[in-house]
Ligand binder design. Structure first.
Ligand SMILES: [Zn+2]
Length: 330
């Protein structure tokens, strides 16, 4: 199944934010899938086009500190978003932010954020029932317990896991993070928690952005399986990922997996900070197929998230994988 609700979006232009995470990534993926010969006219078999779930304060507090969580619902919300979306430079100038062109103040983003993040929970429920769901959204892996950065105010994967555990429908989860950037928030949140195993394959350098954070900073917390890929090592990527997946399986069990299928390791990604990892479209498609088949063979349901992906063309990454996987499941 694909989960895509048009009302679940952060709508950056409404708030004057110029981050190049474009709606086209989802809309062009959907347009292509609707026209794909094996899928056209069969939408009821592969598409869920709305969900009503929202993240609540109670959900946030299972993952984030009480003070950090409550700040999204009072006058501190604007500062939460300024920090997480990196909208203000250290000299006070604005970064990818034109508040004069905003139609709404930043503090009004909270309800959109809560719905957007809830899609990961909904996708997980659909996956638990039917085996597979790809949510066109989610993957905010830089959200930490008491701060957000890297465009991630809160951590939707952690929110979904904790809510599913509270529901009593899962006990153990694997989070497999294929985004170009290290899943630092997820690693820190689940550090020392045996019920959730984290795997992150990412650029060896470049995140945190300037590498200048002190080693005690939570962003340096290792995942259970960290696979740093240096520039020029792209030919090793698939073998090293597969080896780590096998190690994950041989050392732990899970009731389901959440996969962050970021498009930003692609060589044509438009965000400058992803330039240190350059997979071809064939390599990134094989990444997704290999991970999918590994989880299928392991017998685990999986919820997939779009995570990072920037520029006009990143829809191609998701479309390649979905146009392969969906006909297999219809
Ligand atoms: Zn990323």
């Amino acid at each position: 199944m694909v989960l895509y609700d048009r009302s679940a979006l952060l709508d950056f232009p409404r708030f004057g934010i110029k981050i190049p995470a474009l709606d086209s990534r989802k809309t062009r993926t959907m347009d292509t899938l609707h026209g794909f010969p094996d899928l056209a006219g069969r939408e009821s078999e592969w598409l869920v086009d709305r969900f009503d779930d929202s993240i609540t304060l109670e959900d946030l507090i299972r993952v984030h500190s009480s003070d950090y969580s409550r700040g999204f619902f009072d006058e501190r919300a604007e500062d939460r978003f300024k920090t997480a979306f990196e909208l203000v430079n250290s000299d006070g100038s604005f970064n990818r932010w034109e508040p004069e062109n905003a139609r709404s103040p930043l503090g009004e983003m909270t309800p959109l954020l809560m719905k957007m993040q809830a899609g990961t929970y909904r996708a997980s429920k659909i996956a638990l029932k039917g085996g597979f769901c790809h949510y066109l959204g989610g993957g905010a892996h830089h959200g930490h317990r008491d701060f957000g950065h890297g465009f991630c105010p809160v951590n939707d994967s952690a929110l979904a896991v904790r809510r599913l555990q509270a529901d009593g429908v899962v006990q153990r989860v694997w989070i497999i993070d294929l985004d170009a950037h290290k899943g630092d928030g997820t690693a820190a949140i689940f550090s020392g928690d045996d019920s959730v195993k984290t795997l992150s394959i990412h650029m060896a350098r470049g995140w945190p952005l300037d590498g200048s954070l002190p080693p005690s900073h939570p962003s340096w917390t290792p995942s259970d399986f960290d696979i740093p890929i240096d520039s020029g090592e792209e030919s090793q990527y698939l073998d090293r990922l597969y080896s780590a997946l096998k190690d994950l399986k041989s050392t732990s069990t899970a009731d389901m997996a959440i996969v962050l299928a970021g498009a930003d390791p692609w060589e044509h990604d438009a965000l400058p900070s992803t330039s240190l990892l350059n997979l071809t479209l064939d390599q990134i498609t094989e990444r997704d197929r290999m991970t999918y088949l590994f989880l299928e063979e392991t017998g685990l349901p999986s919820a997939w998230l779009t995570a990072g992906g920037y520029g006009e063309e990143s829809w191609q990454v998701h479309t390649r994988f979905l146009s392969w996987v969906l006909p297999r499941r219809c």
